[in-house]
Design a protein around this ligand. Structure first.
Ligand SMILES: *[C@@H]1O[C@H](CO)[C@@H](O)[C@H](O)[C@H]1NC(C)=O
Ligand SMILES: *[C@@H]1O[C@H](CO)[C@@H](O)[C@H](O)[C@H]1NC(C)=O
Ligand SMILES: *[C@@H]1O[C@H](CO)[C@@H](O)[C@H](O)[C@H]1NC(C)=O
Ligand SMILES: *[C@@H]1O[C@H](CO)[C@@H](O)[C@H](O)[C@H]1NC(C)=O
Ligand SMILES: *[C@@H]1O[C@H](CO)[C@@H](O)[C@H](O)[C@H]1NC(C)=O
Ligand SMILES: *[C@@H]1O[C@H](CO)[C@@H](O)[C@H](O)[C@H]1NC(C)=O
Ligand SMILES: *[C@@H]1O[C@H](CO)[C@@H](O)[C@H](O)[C@H]1NC(C)=O
Ligand SMILES: *[C@@H]1O[C@H](CO)[C@@H](O)[C@H](O)[C@H]1NC(C)=O
Ligand SMILES: *[C@@H]1O[C@H](CO)[C@@H](O)[C@H](O)[C@H]1NC(C)=O
Ligand SMILES: CC(=O)N[C@H]1CO[C@H](CO)[C@@H](O)[C@@H]1O
Length: 436
């Protein structure tokens, strides 16, 4: 009795371990029952026992590793539905051949941007929409051996210009097969689209109406796509659907550079036309900030305006000459603004003062001020500005100190920096500070 129960107990304990080990050995267990998995490839080719739906692995991470799915000779496999391939984000090669595949959702490959090779030979597809592939860059699309119908929805396949172009056949209503390339259908015409005006250059605050016209059979759908518009707008569709108006009211300068596209599509294909808004407006200085020190000193600013504003600076209300040591630099144009710096190379107290930025174009001028304080007067012995000794600044003297320098209290800092200063700021020389 005790032996039996003991044996039983041992057996139960042992099989528990086996189960646990099996659970730990994921790679083997992860592959769907009727398929085989090797590396980045899943293959389902067992003709005796067909899969019904797309194979799924146990974890998202495993599915993301798959680049290749091969399904052949599966008599119960009939469709690719909207979410079936969602987790196979890195899928490149998909072969489904000799199955009963008759339906592919338009969203089937929405999550598979890398799909390049699609072999759907020897299936039961009667039609296939170009919209299924609109976001993809497919190089191979193989469709031979499908009962494709001679209908408008398949006409886009005539223009298909992938690699390995096939001589596809289509089935006419009576059941006769003809070469798809010779198929001619009335009422089946690729859309064309015109957008007027073709150029929009205008002052801000005005109104403009863009008219999009389309033709094609069946009647195409018109859609506008734009940047995120700041201007108010009205949309008017004509009943026929062949014409649409987009009216922008009180156009905002923030929409300068915005691209407006009118797209037309039907089952045969799509066409589009676009225009870039060129909105003229006076300069705006949206930012002028305190000087900051990096390798050099920078007074940062952001300016907009169309045409691009000319920039000038005043220092304490006097025009400032730019040169190799002080200059305006634009680093970036983004979101309609020019971002830059007034660049100062090793500024000293002579550069302290009120900086005024003037931005001008043909439509007007903007001005903003900021006070900049780079360092204390060097003859104030009680102060040592640590920035003065900034090791990243190259303060090597350019020549022998001038006479004026020699009169100043002697300090190594003085003789090192002043010659540079005089070159940088010629105006400072004409108004020397009284020496105490
Ligand atoms: C995915 O593939 C990488 C590299 O081949 C591998 O290191 C990783 O373990 C795989 N992840 C899964 C979940 O299989
Ligand atoms: C599918 O079946 C055909 C005919 O039965 C056979 O020739 C072919 O090798 C099979 N394909 C695969 C991948 O097993
Ligand atoms: C995709 O399949 C084609 C043809 O079988 C093959 O040449 C190619 O190497 C495959 N690409 C990948 C990424 O598996
Ligand atoms: C092929 O699909 C059609 C529907 O499109 C269906 O009526 C037919 O039975 C399918 N043929 C096979 C062999 O599955
Ligand atoms: C599309 O694929 C081809 C080759 O397969 C490649 O040369 C091309 O750069 C790709 N284009 C885009 C937009 O990915
Ligand atoms: C722009 O359109 C608005 C609203 O339709 C109108 O009130 C305004 O007068 C128009 N502006 C110009 C400059 O035509
Ligand atoms: C749009 O087409 C209609 C007729 O189809 C025509 O009367 C109109 O002038 C066209 N408009 C533009 C802006 O092309
Ligand atoms: C036009 O838009 C600006 C802002 O971009 C606004 O200040 C102004 O009041 C608007 N004018 C009209 C007539 O709506
Ligand atoms: C020297 O600097 C100190 C501290 O900043 C200040 O209080 C003093 O007024 C300065 N002296 C002169 C002569 O500028
Ligand atoms: C993507 C998009 O906006 N599609 C629309 C295009 O316009 C038609 C009507 O003309 C809409 O039904 C679509 O939703």
């Amino acid at each position: 009795m005790s032996l039996l129960s003991g044996g039983f107990g041992m057996a139960g304990w042992g099989s528990g371990w086996v189960l646990m080990l099996l659970a730990l050995w994921r790679p083997g267990a992860a592959c769907p029952e009727l398929c085989t998995c090797t590396g980045a490839r899943i293959s389902c080719v067992d003709a005796e026992r067909s899969i019904v739906a797309f194979p799924m692995l146990q974890s998202e991470a495993e599915m993301e590793n798959i680049t290749d799915i091969y399904i052949a000779n599966q008599s119960s496999f009939k469709s690719i539905n909207e979410k079936d391939l969602d987790s196979y984000r890195n899928l490149r090669n998909l072969t489904i051949t000799n199955t009963r595949l008759a339906y592919i959702s338009r969203q089937a490959f929405a999550s598979n941007p890398k799909l390049q090779y699609l072999n759907l030979k020897e299936n039961n597809l009667s039609s296939l929409s170009w919209r299924t592939f609109r976001h993809l860059n497919i190089s191979y699309l193989l469709l031979a051996g499908n009962p494709l119908q001679c209908i408008c929805e398949n006409v886009w396949l005539k223009q298909w210009r992938g690699e390995e172009a096939e001589d596809l056949l289509c089935v006419e209503e009576g059941g006769m097969r003809i070469a798809l390339s010779t198929l001619k259908l009335t009422n089946c015409v690729l859309p064309t689209v015109t957008l007027k005006p073709t150029k929009v250059t205008m002052r801000k605050g005005l109104n403009v109406t863009l008219v999009c016209n389309t033709s094609g059979m069946p009647t195409p759908n018109l859609n506008w796509s734009t940047c995120k518009l700041n201007s108010a707008y009205e949309l008017q569709h004509e009943h026929s659907g062949q014409r649409s108006e987009l009216r922008l009211v009180n156009v905002s300068s923030l929409d300068n550079g915005c691209k407006i596209t009118c797209r037309s599509e039907n089952m045969v294909g799509e066409a589009e036309a676009s225009v870039d808004l060129d909105i003229l407006f006076p300069p705006v200085i949206s930012k002028l900030m305190d000087a900051i020190s990096d390798h050099h000193w920078c007074i940062p600013f952001s300016v907009s305006g169309n045409p691009e504003p000319k920039l000038r600076w005043l220092l304490n209300d006097n025009p400032m000459e730019e040169g190799p040591f002080i200059r305006t630099m634009i680093y970036d144009y983004s979101e309609g603004e020019y971002h830059g710096c007034l660049h100062l190379d090793s500024p000293t107290h002579i550069n302290n003062g009120k900086y005024t930025l003037l931005a001008r174009n043909v439509y007007g001028e903007a001005r903003e001020e900021v006070f900049a304080h780079f360092m204390h007067e060097p003859w104030n012995e009680s102060v040592t500005d640590p920035l003065y000794y900034d090791p990243t600044t190259d303060d090597t003297p350019l020549g022998p100190p001038e006479d004026k320098v020699a009169v100043l209290p002697q300090s190594s800092v003085m003789t090192m920096t002043l010659p540079v200063l005089f070159i940088m700021c010629p105006t400072a020389l004409t108004h020397p500070r009284p020496l105490t």
